[in-house]
Design a protein around this ligand. Sequence first.
Ligand code: R5P
Length: 297
Amino acid sequence: MILSGSGNQHLAHALASTLDEAVVPVRARRFPDGELIVEVDTETELPAMVTLGDDAFAIDDRAVVIASTVDDRALIEVLQLQDLAREGGAKEVVTVVPYFGYGRQDVAHDPGQPASARAMARALSAGTDRLVTVNLHEPAVLDYCTVEAQNVSAVNALAGGIDLDTDDVLFVAPDAGARDLAAQLRDVAGRGRFDHLEKHRIDDTTVEITMSETSVEGQTVVLIDDEIATGGTMTTATRMLLDAGATAVHAACVHPVLVGNAYTRLRRAGLAGLVATDTIERPVSTVSAAGAIAEVL
Ligand code: R5P
Protein backbone atom coordinates (compact mmCIF):
# COMPACT_ATOMS: atom_id res chain seq x y z
CA MET A 1 0.00 0.00 0.00
CA ILE A 2 1.49 3.32 -1.07
CA LEU A 3 0.80 6.76 0.42
CA SER A 4 2.20 9.56 -1.68
CA GLY A 5 3.08 13.16 -1.00
CA SER A 6 1.38 15.52 -3.42
CA GLY A 7 4.60 16.15 -5.34
CA ASN A 8 5.37 12.51 -6.10
CA GLN A 9 2.21 11.13 -7.62
CA HIS A 10 3.86 10.02 -10.86
CA LEU A 11 6.61 8.15 -9.06
CA ALA A 12 4.12 6.67 -6.57
CA HIS A 13 2.03 5.22 -9.38
CA ALA A 14 5.11 3.98 -11.28
CA LEU A 15 6.21 2.25 -8.07
CA ALA A 16 2.71 0.88 -7.48
CA SER A 17 2.60 -0.73 -10.90
CA THR A 18 6.13 -2.14 -10.52
CA LEU A 19 5.26 -3.64 -7.11
CA ASP A 20 1.67 -4.46 -8.04
CA GLU A 21 0.40 -2.47 -5.06
CA ALA A 22 -2.30 0.18 -4.69
CA VAL A 23 -1.96 3.90 -4.04
CA VAL A 24 -4.15 5.21 -1.22
CA PRO A 25 -5.96 8.34 -2.43
CA VAL A 26 -4.68 11.10 -0.17
CA ARG A 27 -5.02 14.84 -0.59
CA ALA A 28 -3.50 17.78 1.25
CA ARG A 29 -5.15 21.07 2.15
CA ARG A 30 -4.47 23.99 4.41
CA PHE A 31 -6.51 25.27 7.34
CA PRO A 32 -7.23 29.00 7.40
CA ASP A 33 -4.27 29.54 9.75
CA GLY A 34 -1.94 28.01 7.17
CA GLU A 35 -1.47 24.61 8.81
CA LEU A 36 -1.33 21.66 6.45
CA ILE A 37 -3.43 18.50 6.77
CA VAL A 38 -3.26 15.34 4.69
CA GLU A 39 -6.38 13.23 4.57
CA VAL A 40 -7.75 10.19 2.82
CA ASP A 41 -9.91 11.31 -0.07
CA THR A 42 -13.33 9.98 0.92
CA GLU A 43 -14.80 10.70 -2.50
CA THR A 44 -12.55 8.11 -4.13
CA GLU A 45 -12.91 4.35 -3.86
CA LEU A 46 -10.39 2.97 -1.38
CA PRO A 47 -8.13 0.05 -2.28
CA ALA A 48 -8.71 -3.32 -0.60
CA MET A 49 -7.01 -3.60 2.81
CA VAL A 50 -7.80 0.03 3.62
CA THR A 51 -10.88 0.96 5.60
CA LEU A 52 -12.21 4.30 6.73
CA GLY A 53 -14.50 4.17 9.75
CA ASP A 54 -16.34 7.02 11.46
CA ASP A 55 -13.24 8.17 13.25
CA ALA A 56 -10.44 5.89 12.14
CA PHE A 57 -8.36 4.89 9.16
CA ALA A 58 -7.03 1.33 9.02
CA ILE A 59 -4.40 -0.05 6.72
CA ASP A 60 -3.89 -3.79 7.00
CA ASP A 61 -0.63 -4.05 5.09
CA ARG A 62 2.89 -2.68 4.76
CA ALA A 63 2.66 1.08 4.09
CA VAL A 64 5.16 2.74 1.80
CA VAL A 65 5.15 6.50 2.32
CA ILE A 66 6.82 8.27 -0.59
CA ALA A 67 7.57 11.98 -0.64
CA SER A 68 10.53 14.09 -1.69
CA THR A 69 11.23 16.74 0.92
CA VAL A 70 11.66 19.48 -1.66
CA ASP A 71 10.47 22.16 0.76
CA ASP A 72 9.16 22.72 4.28
CA ARG A 73 5.59 21.86 3.22
CA ALA A 74 6.69 18.52 1.81
CA LEU A 75 8.49 17.68 5.04
CA ILE A 76 5.33 18.29 7.09
CA GLU A 77 3.39 16.22 4.57
CA VAL A 78 5.69 13.21 4.88
CA LEU A 79 5.61 13.38 8.69
CA GLN A 80 1.80 13.45 8.59
CA LEU A 81 1.67 10.54 6.13
CA GLN A 82 3.93 8.51 8.41
CA ASP A 83 1.62 9.23 11.33
CA LEU A 84 -1.44 8.30 9.28
CA ALA A 85 0.13 4.98 8.27
CA ARG A 86 1.47 4.14 11.73
CA GLU A 87 -1.70 5.04 13.59
CA GLY A 88 -3.71 3.21 10.94
CA GLY A 89 -1.98 0.05 12.08
CA ALA A 90 0.24 -0.66 9.08
CA LYS A 91 2.32 -3.78 9.70
CA GLU A 92 5.46 -1.94 8.65
CA VAL A 93 6.05 1.67 7.61
CA VAL A 94 8.72 2.23 4.97
CA THR A 95 9.48 5.84 4.10
CA VAL A 96 10.92 6.58 0.68
CA VAL A 97 12.41 10.05 0.35
CA PRO A 98 13.44 10.13 -3.32
CA TYR A 99 14.91 13.62 -3.06
CA PHE A 100 16.20 14.28 0.44
CA GLY A 101 15.92 18.05 0.82
CA TYR A 102 18.49 19.75 3.06
CA GLY A 103 20.87 16.93 2.11
CA ARG A 104 23.52 19.44 1.07
CA GLN A 105 23.55 20.83 4.63
CA ASP A 106 25.20 17.61 5.78
CA VAL A 107 27.55 19.50 8.10
CA ALA A 108 27.52 22.93 9.71
CA HIS A 109 29.25 24.77 6.86
CA ASP A 110 29.82 27.87 9.00
CA PRO A 111 30.07 28.39 12.74
CA GLY A 112 26.67 28.87 14.33
CA GLN A 113 24.82 26.71 11.79
CA PRO A 114 23.06 23.37 12.37
CA ALA A 115 23.77 20.20 10.39
CA SER A 116 20.25 20.38 8.96
CA ALA A 117 20.48 17.01 7.19
CA ARG A 118 21.11 15.39 10.57
CA ALA A 119 17.96 17.00 11.97
CA MET A 120 16.04 15.78 8.90
CA ALA A 121 17.36 12.24 9.27
CA ARG A 122 16.34 12.11 12.92
CA ALA A 123 12.89 13.58 12.30
CA LEU A 124 12.17 11.21 9.40
CA SER A 125 13.37 8.20 11.42
CA ALA A 126 10.90 8.84 14.22
CA GLY A 127 7.83 7.83 12.22
CA THR A 128 9.10 4.88 10.23
CA ASP A 129 10.59 1.41 10.44
CA ARG A 130 12.88 1.91 7.47
CA LEU A 131 14.07 4.75 5.23
CA VAL A 132 15.07 4.65 1.55
CA THR A 133 16.67 7.54 -0.34
CA VAL A 134 17.78 7.94 -3.95
CA ASN A 135 21.22 9.31 -4.81
CA LEU A 136 21.43 11.22 -1.55
CA HIS A 137 23.98 14.02 -1.94
CA GLU A 138 26.04 12.78 1.02
CA PRO A 139 25.02 9.18 1.85
CA ALA A 140 26.83 9.38 5.23
CA VAL A 141 23.83 11.44 6.38
CA LEU A 142 21.98 8.13 6.72
CA ASP A 143 24.26 7.27 9.64
CA TYR A 144 22.17 9.76 11.63
CA CYS A 145 19.03 7.71 11.05
CA THR A 146 17.84 5.71 14.01
CA VAL A 147 16.21 3.08 11.78
CA GLU A 148 17.55 0.93 8.93
CA ALA A 149 18.34 3.31 6.05
CA GLN A 150 19.46 2.67 2.51
CA ASN A 151 20.46 4.83 -0.44
CA VAL A 152 19.80 3.53 -3.99
CA SER A 153 21.05 4.79 -7.34
CA ALA A 154 18.86 5.78 -10.29
CA VAL A 155 21.79 5.96 -12.71
CA ASN A 156 20.50 2.91 -14.65
CA ALA A 157 17.29 4.80 -15.38
CA LEU A 158 19.21 7.90 -16.48
CA ALA A 159 21.33 5.83 -18.86
CA GLY A 160 18.14 4.57 -20.50
CA GLY A 161 17.06 8.16 -21.19
CA ILE A 162 20.22 9.22 -23.00
CA ASP A 163 19.88 8.75 -26.73
CA LEU A 164 23.03 9.73 -28.63
CA ASP A 165 24.08 8.77 -32.15
CA THR A 166 27.72 8.21 -31.23
CA ASP A 167 29.64 5.75 -29.06
CA ASP A 168 32.44 8.22 -28.52
CA VAL A 169 31.00 9.91 -25.46
CA LEU A 170 32.77 11.59 -22.58
CA PHE A 171 30.75 11.43 -19.34
CA VAL A 172 31.80 14.36 -17.19
CA ALA A 173 31.06 15.21 -13.57
CA PRO A 174 31.19 18.96 -12.86
CA ASP A 175 32.97 18.31 -9.56
CA ALA A 176 34.90 15.57 -7.79
CA GLY A 177 31.86 14.65 -5.68
CA ALA A 178 29.94 13.49 -8.75
CA ARG A 179 32.84 11.55 -10.31
CA ASP A 180 31.37 8.20 -9.21
CA LEU A 181 28.11 9.07 -10.98
CA ALA A 182 30.03 9.72 -14.22
CA ALA A 183 31.83 6.40 -13.84
CA GLN A 184 28.56 4.55 -13.15
CA LEU A 185 26.84 6.18 -16.12
CA ARG A 186 29.71 5.23 -18.42
CA ASP A 187 29.58 1.64 -17.13
CA VAL A 188 25.82 1.33 -17.55
CA ALA A 189 25.95 2.96 -20.99
CA GLY A 190 28.72 0.51 -21.90
CA ARG A 191 30.62 3.03 -24.00
CA GLY A 192 32.85 6.09 -23.82
CA ARG A 193 35.11 7.48 -21.11
CA PHE A 194 34.56 9.50 -17.95
CA ASP A 195 36.24 12.42 -16.23
CA HIS A 196 35.54 15.15 -13.72
CA LEU A 197 36.11 18.90 -13.46
CA GLU A 198 37.09 20.86 -10.36
CA LYS A 199 34.47 23.17 -8.85
CA HIS A 200 34.87 26.00 -6.39
CA ARG A 201 31.65 27.53 -5.10
CA ILE A 202 31.75 31.35 -4.87
CA ASP A 203 28.22 31.88 -3.51
CA ASP A 204 24.75 30.28 -3.62
CA THR A 205 24.37 30.79 -7.38
CA THR A 206 27.91 31.19 -8.72
CA VAL A 207 30.69 28.63 -9.13
CA GLU A 208 34.16 28.62 -10.65
CA ILE A 209 35.09 25.53 -12.64
CA THR A 210 38.52 24.37 -13.72
CA MET A 211 38.80 22.05 -16.72
CA SER A 212 40.69 18.78 -16.47
CA GLU A 213 43.55 17.90 -18.81
CA THR A 214 41.32 15.64 -20.94
CA SER A 215 40.79 17.15 -24.40
CA VAL A 216 37.13 17.67 -25.30
CA GLU A 217 37.83 18.93 -28.84
CA GLY A 218 35.24 17.42 -31.21
CA GLN A 219 33.80 15.38 -28.36
CA THR A 220 30.17 14.68 -27.43
CA VAL A 221 29.92 15.29 -23.68
CA VAL A 222 27.29 14.19 -21.17
CA LEU A 223 27.46 16.15 -17.91
CA ILE A 224 26.09 14.25 -14.92
CA ASP A 225 25.30 15.45 -11.40
CA ASP A 226 23.10 14.33 -8.53
CA GLU A 227 21.01 17.49 -8.72
CA ILE A 228 20.62 20.73 -10.61
CA ALA A 229 19.37 23.53 -8.37
CA THR A 230 20.05 27.06 -9.65
CA GLY A 231 21.81 25.62 -12.69
CA GLY A 232 24.95 27.62 -11.85
CA THR A 233 27.18 24.52 -11.86
CA MET A 234 25.90 23.02 -15.11
CA THR A 235 25.68 26.39 -16.90
CA THR A 236 29.30 27.20 -16.12
CA ALA A 237 30.46 23.69 -17.03
CA THR A 238 28.51 23.71 -20.31
CA ARG A 239 30.01 27.03 -21.42
CA MET A 240 33.53 25.90 -20.57
CA LEU A 241 33.18 22.59 -22.40
CA LEU A 242 31.76 24.27 -25.51
CA ASP A 243 34.47 26.95 -25.40
CA ALA A 244 37.04 24.15 -25.18
CA GLY A 245 35.73 22.63 -28.42
CA ALA A 246 33.11 20.06 -27.38
CA THR A 247 30.75 19.32 -30.29
CA ALA A 248 27.67 19.00 -28.08
CA VAL A 249 26.99 19.04 -24.35
CA HIS A 250 24.05 17.07 -22.95
CA ALA A 251 23.21 16.73 -19.27
CA ALA A 252 21.67 14.20 -16.92
CA CYS A 253 20.75 14.59 -13.28
CA VAL A 254 18.84 12.49 -10.79
CA HIS A 255 17.05 15.37 -9.06
CA PRO A 256 15.80 18.24 -11.27
CA VAL A 257 15.29 20.85 -8.55
CA LEU A 258 15.57 23.55 -11.25
CA VAL A 259 15.05 26.68 -9.19
CA GLY A 260 13.54 29.71 -10.98
CA ASN A 261 14.87 30.11 -14.51
CA ALA A 262 17.52 27.38 -14.19
CA TYR A 263 16.34 25.51 -17.29
CA THR A 264 16.47 28.67 -19.41
CA ARG A 265 19.96 29.43 -18.10
CA LEU A 266 21.07 25.95 -19.12
CA ARG A 267 19.65 26.16 -22.62
CA ARG A 268 21.03 29.66 -23.15
CA ALA A 269 24.45 28.34 -22.17
CA GLY A 270 24.18 25.95 -25.11
CA LEU A 271 23.10 22.73 -23.39
CA ALA A 272 21.69 20.40 -26.06
CA GLY A 273 19.29 18.54 -23.75
CA LEU A 274 18.61 17.42 -20.20
CA VAL A 275 17.31 14.11 -18.89
CA ALA A 276 16.26 13.68 -15.27
CA THR A 277 14.28 11.29 -13.09
CA ASP A 278 10.91 11.75 -11.42
CA THR A 279 12.24 12.08 -7.87
CA ILE A 280 11.04 15.64 -8.46
CA GLU A 281 8.35 15.90 -11.13
CA ARG A 282 9.41 18.32 -13.85
CA PRO A 283 8.93 18.38 -17.63
CA VAL A 284 12.48 16.95 -17.95
CA SER A 285 11.61 13.95 -15.72
CA THR A 286 11.49 11.54 -18.63
CA VAL A 287 12.80 8.49 -16.76
CA SER A 288 11.63 6.98 -13.48
CA ALA A 289 13.46 6.11 -10.28
CA ALA A 290 10.71 3.57 -9.52
CA GLY A 291 12.77 0.58 -10.68
CA ALA A 292 15.69 1.41 -8.40
CA ILE A 293 13.35 1.91 -5.42
CA ALA A 294 11.29 -1.21 -6.17
CA GLU A 295 14.43 -3.37 -6.10
CA VAL A 296 14.93 -2.73 -2.38
CA LEU A 297 11.26 -2.94 -1.46
C1 R5P B 1 26.69 19.96 -5.18
O1 R5P B 1 27.85 19.59 -5.04
C2 R5P B 1 25.72 19.22 -6.05
O2 R5P B 1 26.24 18.01 -6.46
C3 R5P B 1 25.35 20.03 -7.27
O3 R5P B 1 26.50 20.22 -8.07
C4 R5P B 1 24.79 21.35 -6.87
O4 R5P B 1 23.85 21.18 -5.88
C5 R5P B 1 24.16 22.07 -8.03
O5 R5P B 1 23.68 23.30 -7.60
P1 R5P B 1 23.47 24.47 -8.63
O6 R5P B 1 22.63 23.96 -9.75
O7 R5P B 1 22.78 25.54 -7.83
O8 R5P B 1 24.83 24.91 -9.09
